[in-house]
Design a protein around this ligand. Structure first.
Ligand SMILES: *Cc1c(COP(=O)(O)O)cnc(C)c1O
Length: 390
């Protein structure tokens, strides 16, 4: 009898077959290619009559173990592992879109994803129309006869707004669109977009999936027929994840649930602390009652994630002073690390945008994004508190 195991158990116990050395922990398969018994074995393997590894740009035991776990965790049918999150996102578009197609996307998406929409997809005559996070009622009016993909992230970066996955699923279904969701901020532990109708889920594994700021990685998982297209596109265009990174990331998944639980516990305490602070205008965290989409967050997420957004009183200069006052937390562009990371988008990542363009994606001058880490909560609160007093 085979009982379906829990998320944490699968993350630990799903392993590639043991070799003749009976290793307990999956070894690293640093091999670019694989050998065949004879001409017939080779023919049948290339014809895909056999499930055998041929070449590590296609599959490798380490990348397969990693992606099989994510497929299971997201409730998907199939998947492919990429060198980076952007490789996963670009390959999804490259495989599923054709010249003349149209995309409808939320305006609040990761910066490089937005650059693909504005600078690169138009080279292949693929245009994108945008809705803002508070304009979901406009989505249907943006859909054209040639619209192929509905694209969104939730929670969004950096303002942690929440989009209603159930609503997006219904719209995609009604208009026969492919719903592609970037689930990076939530991880499959907190949120499973496929349950709400997503066709493809993409991730930057660089963030909470690694969780320790070591390696880059990306993932696309979803319906088997679509993933087949994405796999063939990728196997020919070459954005594969390295076996080394897959080996690291597969081990990271073994601790995903405990890490993310602790991240969320710390983040909620940070959000509550900031909400009561006199030098803070407002705080946004999906599991704070004051979050504008609190009810939606509760419906679709297990917990609120590790990103807290807040506004220091006084605008761009006090935002900069706050950052300079930080002693322990890191000033870095990454997120989802064991180390707490603080960023001030208006003076850094989004400084090239005009103020009204920043406001389009909810970035006010005083907005600070905290990626809450796994240090002791008192040390995190002390550092943020002393930096706010400055
Ligand atoms: C970081 C990030 C990406 C890009 O991932 P890389 O691994 O850096 O290529 C995409 N989407 C979101 C939401 C991200 O945070």
């Amino acid at each position: 009898m085979s009982l379906k195991k829990h998320f944490e158990t699968e993350a630990i116990r799903m392993q590639s077959e043991r070799s003749q050395f009976s290793e307990h922990s999956t070894p690293l398969y640093l091999t670019s290619s694989f050998v065949f018994d004879d001409a017939e074995d080779m023919r049948a393997s290339f014809a895909e009559e056999k499930d055998k590894n041929l070449y590590s740009r296609f599959t490798n035991p380490n990348t397969s173990e990693f992606i099989d776990k994510i497929v299971q965790m997201e409730g998907a049918e199939s998947g492919y592992a990429f060198a980076t999150g952007m490789a996963a996102i670009f390959s999804t578009f490259g495989a599923l879109l054709s010249s003349g197609d149209h995309v409808v996307s939320c305006r609040s998406v990761f910066g490089s994803t937005h650059t693909l929409f504005t600078k690169y997809l138009p080279k292949w005559n693929i245009e994108t129309s945008y809705f803002k996070v508070d304009e979901v009622d406009k989505i249907e009016s943006l859909i054209q006869p040639n619209t192929k993909i509905l694209y969104a992230e939730t929670p969004t970066n950096p303002a942690v707004d929440i989009l209603d996955l159930e609503l997006l699923g219904q719209i995609a279904n009604k208009h026969s669109l492919l719903l592609v969701i970037d689930n990076c901020f939530a991880t499959p532990y907190l949120q499973k977009p496929i349950e709400f109708g997503a066709d493809i889920v993409v991730h930057s594994a660089t963030k909470l999936i690694d969780g320790q700021g070591r390696v880059l990685g990306g993932v696309a998982v979803g319906k088997a027929n679509l993933m087949r297209e994405i796999y063939l596109f990728s196997r020919n265009s070459g954005p594969a994840m390295s076996p080394f990174n897959a080996w690291i990331l597969s081990k990271s998944l073994e601790t995903l649930a405990v890490r993310v639980d602790k991240h969320c516990e710390n983040a909620l305490k940070v959000a509550e602390f900031l909400e009561d602070h006199p030098n803070v205008n407002w705080v946004k965290y999906p599991f704070l009652k004051s979050h504008p989409q609190y009810d939606i967050a509760k419906k679709q997420m297990r917990s609120g994630g590790n990103i807290v957004a807040f506004e220091v009183k006084g605008g761009i200069e006090t935002g900069r002073i706050f950052l300079n006052n930080i002693k322990m937390c890191s000033l870095s562009a990454n997120l989802g690390d064991t180390r707490t990371i603080v960023t001030h988008p208006a003076s850094t990542t989004h400084s090239k945008l005009r103020e009204d363009d920043r406001l389009e994606v909810s970035i006010t001058d005083g907005l600070v994004r905290v990626s809450v880490g796994l240090e002791h909560i008192e040390d995190i609160l002390n550092d943020l508190g002393q930096a706010l007093k400055g």
